[in-house]
Design a protein around this ligand. Structure first.
Ligand SMILES: *Cc1c(COP(=O)(O)O)cnc(C)c1O
Length: 356
């Protein structure tokens, strides 16, 4: 192993690459990781110098606080390559801001911006070969922070690890999904942690989602916890409804994750002159629109799948099919976003962040 110290980040390169063992045509999401990872530890009241090292297991004491009290947060973002081999991230400032919003809510120290951006840039540049050109191909980036301090008192840790791991992702077509509108379980509550990308939010969804799957629905659309009358978001995606030619999505609040894809779609809708209302969406309104035929589309929006069309929903044992159309808003937004991300179209809002 050769050690290349840089000013800000220590670098230990992997002695060989795993890349030749990877079948890039058959990638399952989040299963394969690149040769390197970034680690930055917090102790003695400050973030230490970040290190890039070969991807490897980490050691934790069994008393590490994250294992007992779930003090863990994450981000999800991607790097894209254009046909000239240039690499870009998409709005990483948004992920940075959200990481620290999550950190604050989980009583964790904020992470410094230069470490976040330089860390990502250095790691992505090193993993250049893992990013394939072609619309939809990308390198999925997973920054996260966990409480590593060995102590089982139920209080915030004084030691943490920030890490970034990278997983190659393929352009994938997502089959339309069938969803259940939540009637009993809730994802988040007023005053809770729904707006944070906190690990526990996802664990808590697995059981109700499994029950939904047993009934033939792949995902749940979460409703507000107090009345279950208003539609909020999916498990890892925000949600949009199209009634007639109007787009509707729920406003952000402390129960809903402030998605980068969602806010980008709202802006693109404005750019394209598509009417988009940000307001509460009731279950009864959507059922009525499905019955009278004015509900044209429902789709999820998030970094992983970009947009994910929904073909049917169920509520109170009634199932509603959504026909979908050729010139769907979902495909317009997906194309528009991918063209910006892959440096194919003009980037009028400055969302592309060039890496190398
Ligand atoms: C990550 C996530 C989203 C989507 O956010 P993006 O920034 O668009 O990827 C939406 N809802 C939840 C619950 C999420 O965890």
């Amino acid at each position: 192993m050769n050690m290349i110290p840089t000013n800000e980040i220590d670098l230990v390169k992997a002695s060989s690459s795993k890349i030749n063992d990877v079948d890039f045509n058959n990638l399952q999401f989040g299963r394969i990781f690149t040769d390197h990872m970034l680690v930055c530890n917090y102790k003695d009241g400050k973030w230490q110098k970040p290190q890039i090292m070969p991807y490897q297991p980490m050691t934790l004491e069994p008393s590490a606080r994250v294992l007992h009290y779930g003090q863990a947060i994450f981000e999800g973002m991607k790097a894209y390559k254009d046909d000239d081999g240039k690499i870009f991230m998409f709005r990483p400032d948004q992920n940075f801001a959200r990481l620290n919003k999550s950190a604050t809510r989980l009583a964790m120290p904020e992470f410094p911006k230069n470490y976040f951006i330089n860390g990502l840039e250095t790691l992505i540049t090193l993993e250049n070969e893992w990013i394939k050109p072609g619309k939809g191909n990308s390198l999925y980036l997973r920054p996260f922070i966990v409480a590593t301090e060995p102590a089982i008192a139920a209080s915030p840790a004084e030691e943490y690890s920030f890490m970034i791991i990278c997983s190659p992702a393929k352009a994938y077509y997502t089959d339309p999904v069938r969803v259940l509108f939540a009637e009993k379980y809730s994802r988040s509550a007023d005053g809770g942690v729904g707006y944070a990308k906190a690990a526990g939010n996802y664990a808590a969804q697995f059981y109700p989602t499994r029950l939904a799957q047993e009934k033939g629905f792949q995902q749940i659309i979460w409703t507000d916890a107090s009345s279950h009358d208003y539609l909020e978001e999916a498990g890892t995606m925000n949600i949009f409804f199209r009634i007639g030619n109007k787009l509707i999505t729920a406003p952000n609040n402390d129960r809903i994750l402030d998605g980068v894809t969602r806010k980008s779609i709202i802006q693109i809708a404005e750019d394209l002159g598509i009417d988009c209302e940000v307001r509460r969406v009731s279950v009864s309104e959507i059922k009525a629109a499905a019955k009278d035929g004015s509900l044209k589309e429902v789709f999820g929006a998030g970094t992983a799948a970009v947009v994910s069309p929904i073909s049917a929903f169920s509520h109170a044992e009634e199932v509603f099919e959504i026909s979908g159309s050729e010139d769907s808003y979902a495909s317009i937004f997906k194309d528009h976003l991918l063209n910006i991300q892959h440096n194919i179209s003009e980037d009028k809002h400055g969302w592309r962040h060039k890496v190398c």
